[in-house]
Design a protein around this ligand. Structure first.
Ligand code: KIV
Length: 298
């Protein structure tokens, strides 16, 4: 290779903040929307650097970062702390906060009050809630209070027990119609976007021409306007069960275990710290210190 002038690649053009209109425009233009979850400052910085459009502080954090067995136990306070950390790491993607189980179902007032906390205390741009049914009224109330809402239909993990477990939904025409009704009702309630989770691709394809707002899929086939995956699943950080729809793009957990094991080995073999990791002191200061310590001893 000749040693010609070094060409420094131009930094990527600075993107403008992603807004609800940006998502609508992307849908209209047929440009896929990339959404990922993030739960803290470093994962948000990664999402920012990767140039995704939407970041969801999902209640999947309950399992991926807090170690709960499901999404059900996570509290509003825990979600707010994670969402606020993600906010500090983001400049451009739209930030959506997931309303946790039990924080919005009781009444419109409860739903509005919780959604307001996600906006005021954590700096979220929008909130997400699960299911059709009574959640449709809650979505309408939150939208009426001026906060954008993303709906979530199909497999809704907060109520997985009632759905018969973590399994795909809408696989018979009757059940598919229920999912369709939930989606259309949430659209009518004013949601700016919907998540379809774990539904047959044929159901998504049949529904898409009837949905005017951007639909983000996770295990819903290729017909949606965008896709979302859980950060810890796609990077191979989470060591729990991975759903069929998860595609692994890296094995970060293996790299992390290797790194920490190598560090522990170095400590045990006294290879770390090396001279380059320490701070120096002038020899005359060391000599004076020795004298002072001797004086202290006597
Ligand atoms: O909590 C979450 O991560 C989610 C996504 C899977 C859509 O709801």
């Amino acid at each position: 290779m000749s040693a010609g002038p070094r060409i420094t690649p131009a930094p990527p053009a600075k993107r403008g903040a992603v807004t609800l209109s940006t998502l609508g425009e992307k849908k209209a233009l047929g440009e896929p929307i990339a959404m990922v979850t993030a739960y803290d400052y470093p994962s948000a910085r990664v999402a920012e650097a990767a140039g995704v459009d939407v970041v969801l502080v999902g209640d999947s954090a309950a399992m991926t970062v807090l170690g709960y067995p499901s999404t059900v136990p996570v509290s509003v306070e825990e979600m707010l702390m994670l969402a606020a950390a993600a906010r500090r790491g983001l400049e451009t993607p739209l930030l959506v906060g997931d309303l946790p189980f039990g924080s919005y179902e009781v009444s419109d007032e409860q739903a509005i009050a919780t959604a307001q906390r996600f906006v005021k205390e954590a700096g979220c741009d929008a909130v997400k809630l699960e299911r059709g049914g009574t959640s449709v009224d809650r979505a309408r109330a939150i939208v009426g209070a001026g906060i954008p809402v993303m709906g979530h239909v199909g497999l809704t993990p907060q109520t997985a027990t009632a759905l018969g477990g973590y399994r795909s939904q809408g696989r018979t025409a009757d059940r598919a119609l229920e999912v369709a009704r939930d989606a259309l009702a949430l659209q009518d309630a004013g949601c700016f976007s919907l998540v379809f989770e774990a539904v047959p691709s044929a159901l998504t394809a049949a529904l898409m021409p009837r949905i005017e707002i951007p639909v983000i899929g996770i295990g819903a086939g290729p017909a949606t306007d965008g896709q979302v995956l859980v950060f810890h699943d796609l990077l191979g950080i989470y060591d729990g069960h991975a759903a069929r729809f998860v595609k692994r793009y890296a094995n970060v957990r293996e790299a992390m275990v290797e790194g920490v094991a190598a560090y522990a080995d170095d400590v045990r073999e006294r290879r770390y710290p090396g001279p380059e990791h320490g701070y120096t002191m002038a020899p005359d200061e060391v000599a004076r210190l020795e004298e002072l310590l001797v004086r202290c001893d006597s």
